[in-house]
Write a protein that binds this ligand. Sequence first.
Ligand SMILES: *Cc1c(COP(=O)(O)O)cnc(C)c1O
Length: 369
Amino acid sequence: MVHSENPYILLTPGPLSTSASVKAVMLRDWCTWDDDYNQGVVQKVRKKLVSLATQADGYTSVLMQGSGTFCVESVIGSVIPRQGKILVLANGAYGDRFARIVRTLGINMTVHSSGELGPTDLDRASKELEADSDITHIGMIHGETTTGMLNPIGEIGALANEYGKVFIVDAMSTFGGVPMDLDSLHIDYLISSANKCIQGVPGFGFILARQEELEKTDGFARSHSLDLFDQWRTMELGNGKWRFTSPTHTVRAFAQALLELDAEGGVEKRYQRYCENHRILVEGMERLGFECVLPHEHQSPIITGFRNPSHEAFEFLRFYNLLKERGFVIYPGKVTDIDSFRIGTIGNVFPNDFERLIQAVEESMYWRA
Ligand SMILES: *Cc1c(COP(=O)(O)O)cnc(C)c1O
C-alpha cells in the first residue's frame, strides 16, 4: 500500500492513517451558506450516517464541531433534564472521562466502575435500575480504547428498554468499523467522530439520535455552543446549515471517506479487514513473546494492549523510535497498573502493513540482542 507523503503510518486511533484521496479532496474551499456545501455535502453526510446506523425509521444525525469529547459533552449536557440522573458504566479512561463530564456539569449520577480490566457488571446494573427509580439515563462506552475492550451494549440496551431509560453510547472508536444496529440495540444517542473508523480527518464529530427523544430536549442544554438540540434544529431548518463556522475541509474529506467505506463493501467488510489486521498483529506479537493485556474474548479488533516485555533493558521510547524509523507509529499504554503499549488496527491500514509491522517489531527487539 502506498502512503503518500507520510513518513510513517499511524497505528494510533486516532487520528489514524487516511487515504490519499480523502486528503486530496481538501484542496478546495467551500462557502458555508451555499447549497453546494450545505445540500451537496452536509446533508448527504447526515443522511448517510443514519443509513449506516440503522435500517429503522425515526433516527436523525447531528454534526458537531470539535473532537469526539466535545460531542460526548454536547450530548450529556443537552439531553438530561435538570431533575434527571444518569447511571454511568465505566471500565477505563473514556468511561472515567464520561463520568467527569457529568460531574463537571453538576448532573446527578451513579457510577459503576468495574476496573480497567473488568467487564461491565450486568447484574449490578440491573439491580441498580431496580432499586433507584430516579435514574433517567444510562451512559456507557462501546469500545473502551484504554484497553480495546468491547462492552456489552446489546445487554445494557435491553435493560434500558426494559426499564424505560434513555440510552447514551460513546461508540467513538467502533462506529463504522463494527457492525451495529441502533434500533435493535435500543440506543437513543450514539456518539462518534470523523477521525476513527470512518477514516476521515479530525475536526468534528457526530451524534446519531432517536428523533422522538431529541425533540423532547429543547431548552435542556447547559452550554450554548454545544447545544445539541439547537444544532440539530439549525441543520434541519437550514438544510445542512451549521450554527457556527463549520470545519468545511474536514467535512468534505469525511464525505469522501464515506464513499470509500461503500467502495470497500460497507461496515461488515471493513470489520473483516480490521479483524484480519488484528489477527495478524496478535499472532505475530504472541509468536515474538508479547502478551496481550486483555483475554482474547473481551478484545475488540480496534486497538490491542500488550504488556511491556519484563526484560529490564526494555524502554518504551527506544522501542517506539525504532519502529518509527521503520515506518510505524504506535501508542503508549493507558492502563494504570500495567506497563503496556497499544497498537491500533483501524484506518487506511491493511493486512500486509501488519505483516511488515511484525517484521519491524522483530528487528526492533534490541533487548534480546
Ligand atoms: C477517541 C475517543 C474519544 C474522543 O477522544 P477525542 O480525543 O476527544 O477525539 C472518546 N471516547 C472514546 C472511546 C474514544 O476512543
